[in-house]
Design a protein around this ligand. Structure first.
Ligand code: 3SL
Length: 237
């Protein structure tokens, strides 16, 4: 039976061997939720880059640019990191390609490159990701983007939700990290939005008046798509 493990922070990745495994990178608030939403709204592909300079440079190749630092949209780009940037129609996104850089989410993706496959996970597509992982039958590591190396409740909850859905098909009991995430999910799942009100990131987003983003990002199974990062591009399978 394949194993499902959880890495609580990208800074812990040196302790994990991702080779031969699938990495599910998750940054519920908000990078991976925004990436899933972008693809659902018809974005052709996204290129996750590490620096603002790389992101802005891709504009010359026709890319829309999306960039966030410390929760705020960077200067001189088309979009920030809110999923509503892809939904509100202010910037038409259908058929466009997007260069994206965020404080933690795109960093976690780059640090997960050793995996056989890098999958983008969010509550918005958790069921589709679970189905994909079942089909692949490989060991999985959920890579939580966290916040500047620190543990985050919301990404851990996603790990617990995914483990709960895969409990029949994967070993979800060998890793204490997965067991902890499952326990947390059991406590929070009756009302994820209410549970997350106490989290550091929700308090941070509320200060930025982005509370509706959190309410959107905790919706489960909104989109039936599995984004994978292949050949430098995040595409929907
Ligand atoms: O760090 C990130 O990748 C972002 O998702 C953080 S924020 O939600 O835009 O503040």
């Amino acid at each position: 039976m394949p194993n499902l493990d959880i890495c609580f922070s990208p800074d812990l990745l040196p302790l994990y061997d991702l080779r031969g495994r699938i990495a599910v990178v998750v940054d519920i608030l908000r990078a991976t939720s925004s990436i899933v939403t972008a693809l659902a709204q018809g974005v052709a592909h996204l290129v996750p880059v590490e620096t603002l300079e790389e992101c802005r440079a891709l504009a010359t190749q026709g890319y829309l640019t999306a960039a966030e630092r410390d929760g705020v949209q960077a200067e001189g780009v088309d979009l920030g990191n809110s999923p509503f940037g892809y939904l509100d129609g202010v910037v038409p996104v259908q058929g466009r390609c997007v260069a994206i850089t965020t404080t933690n989410g795109t960093r976690a993706m780059h640090l997960s490159r050793a995996a056989d496959e890098v999958v983008v996970g969010a509550f918005l597509n958790v069921g589709a990701v679970a189905d994909f992982l079942r089909q692949q039958g490989k060991d999985v590591v959920v890579v939580c983007a966290g916040w500047k190396g620190q543990f985050c409740l919301e990404d851990t909850l996603f790990g617990g939700a995914l483990a709960a859905r895969l409990a029949q098909d994967f070993d979800v009991t060998s890793s204490d990290a997965t067991l902890a995430a499952l326990d947390l999910w059991e406590k929070a799942s009756p009302n994820v939005a209410a549970y997350l009100l106490k989290s550091a990131h929700v308090r941070r987003l509320n200060r930025l008046e982005a509370h509706k983003d959190m309410e959107f990002c905790v919706r489960q199974d909104e989109y039936d798509l599995v984004p994978v990062w292949r050949n430098g591009e995040i595409v929907s399978l």
